[in-house]
Design a binder for this molecule. Structure first.
Ligand code: ADP
Ligand code: MG
Ligand code: ZN
Length: 494
């Protein structure tokens, strides 16, 4: 049987196959108006209310290019490290009822952005071939049992989306697993949101993904023939579609068949892909230069302004946190990279950076942000960094235990205030040396056998004794301090 053995590798009956993935992501730009007319660019309006002769393709209407959309497209290019070039608009001709002009204005062989890359949280660098401008089509709703055009009783069309500015971002075939493909889309979404170019809402169709998938025997250099799975509108569907498609292609190859290059549809219900149409060639679209628009040549100074105006991007923000971690060797270790990714993802990195500047130990600040603050990011982004830093110091210094620190933090997020006072208010008095020492006395007296074995050097009893002390103090003691106290007493007893 053919199974997915580990992400990206399919164990067939004749050998192991690697999955190769390249993604084409369409994202709607967050301009106020459409690409070639003044109609509002808005989601969710009454159907066919945001329309005019231009976006309905009525005879005699002429397009006027939206400067803001061009600027947002350049921001995307700059954020992806692309070269931003003079570009040309083409007509891509095809007939479909959601496109009243019967062509889509797009960029073909001279796109505005080329040759960039996107860095994923795991450090993988994915090549960006191009990121070009085009107009969105209208939206059709096929009414009937299938929900697809085949077998529909009738179809409804809404032209509000026709002419909405899009940037299509085309990756190199550098991705190897469905997890990586998902990470790529998540990272791209974070970048689009950070630049303000798009709201990145997959559920509203602001971001739509086509996945190109092929398989090849592990160790082989040559790429296999790819299929393109259209319009995946969630990270979950993207992952499922890729996994299913890879297994399907391996089965085709192993049965002695040949993968046919085609466009496929992913069915959410069955979790399978099925053929939609054979792959169109460029000739099918009869591309020619759009005669109603001049070539687009952004000035060097405009490009320079766009590049200079970029905010700090997620990859750079992760690096900034990792630099703090490097400055505090104790802070590293497994899980740090994922904590850093979570913190940046939720926009809590400013808090961590400011708290560390105010004297918080990086390890504690990262852990409390990635775990507890992450549960309430909206409140956490507003918390006073100095107060958060003070809490981290209370925990690191053993004044409150980790469990208590989490409770203090919850209170701090909810109402603000001084962490030391909150701790006192909750009855988290620091357990003084004397109090701890007398608890240790009691535990030793109550467990003479275990204590003897510990003194004789039996290390596994240490955990038991520590647990007894923690229990007796109801979690108020600091584990490290207790361990040290037990160790010191053993030294004295031996
Ligand atoms: P086209 O011009 O036919 O759309 P491109 O070469 O521009 O083809 O590639 C489109 C997308 O397909 C890109 O995202 C690219 O990374 C991806 N791709 C190309 N070849 C393969 C392959 N063999 N396997 C998987 N993806 C591929
Ligand atoms: Mg394509
Ligand atoms: Zn219009």
């Amino acid at each position: 049987m053919t199974t997915v053995e580990r992400p990206g590798v399919v164990e067939g009956t004749t050998g192991r196959f690697e999955t190769v993935i390249g993604l084409e992501v369409h994202c709607e730009l967050s301009s106020a108006t459409k690409l070639f007319c003044g109609c509002p660019n808005a989601f969710g309006a009454e159907p066919n209310t945001n329309v005019c002769p231009v976006c309905l393709g009525l005879p005699g209407s002429l397009p006027v290019l939206n400067e803001r959309a061009v600027e947002l497209a350049m921001r995307i290019g700059a954020a992806l490290g692309c070269e931003i070039r003079p570009s040309v608009f083409h007509r891509k001709n095809y007939f479909y009822p959601d496109m009243p002009k019967d062509y889509q204005v797009s960029q073909y062989d001279e796109p505005i952005n080329v040759d960039g890359s996107l860095e994923l949280p795991d450090g993988t660098r994915v090549g960006i071939v191009r990121a070009h401008i085009e107009e969105d089509t209208g939206k059709t709703t096929h009414v009937g049992a299938t929900g697809r055009i085949h077998g529909a009783d009738y179809s409804l069309v809404d032209y509000n989306r026709a002419g909405v500015p899009l940037v299509e971002i085309v990756s190199a075939p550098d991705l190897r697993t469905s997890d990586q493909a998902r990470a790529y889309v998540a990272e791209l979404r974070a970048l689009l949101v950070a630049t303000g170019a798009s709201d990145g809402r997959m559920e509203e169709g602001s971001m739509r993904v086509d996945a190109n998938v092929s398989v090849r025997p592990v160790g082989s250099e040559a790429f296999g023939t790819r299929c393109e799975i259209k319009n995946l509108n969630s990270l979950r569907s993207l992952g499922r579609a890729i996994e299913h498609e890879a297994v399907r292609q391996v089965a085709v190859v192993e049965a002695g068949g040949r993968v046919v290059q085609e466009t496929r549809h992913f069915d959410e219900e069955s979790g399978r892909t099925s053929s939609m149409r054979s792959k169109e060639e460029a000739e099918d679209y009869r591309y020619f230069q759009e005669p109603d628009l001049v070539p687009l040549r952004p000035s060097a100074s405009w490009v320079g302004e766009v590049r200079a105006g970029l905010p700090m991007l997620p990859a750079e923000r992760r690096r900034r946190l990792l630099t703090l971690v490097d400055g505090e060797p104790e802070a590293g270790g497994a899980g740090t990279a994922s904590q850093v990714a979570t913190v940046v993802d939720l926009g809590l990195d400013e808090l961590v950076v400011a708290a560390v500047a105010a004297g918080a130990p990086v390890r504690v600040a990262l852990a409390r942000s990635a775990n507890e603050a992450a549960q309430r990011p909206d409140q956490a982004r507003l918390v006073d960094p100095a107060a958060f830093a003070a809490l981290c110091r209370l925990e690191a210094g053993g004044t409150v235990s980790a469990t208590q620190a989490k409770q203090v933090l919850a209170e701090l997020l909810e109402h603000g205030g001084d962490p030391a006072e909150i701790a006192r208010g909750l009855g988290f008095e620091a357990l003084g040396d004397e109090a701890l020492s007398s608890v240790v006395d009691e535990v030793v007296a109550a467990n003479p056998g275990e204590w003897e074995r510990f003194v004789a050097g039996e290390e596994k009893v240490a955990q038991f004794l520590l647990g007894q002390v923690m229990r007796a103090t109801k979690g108020r003691a600091n584990g490290k301090v207790v361990a040290a106290a037990l160790e010191a007493r053993r030294g004295g007893a031996a």
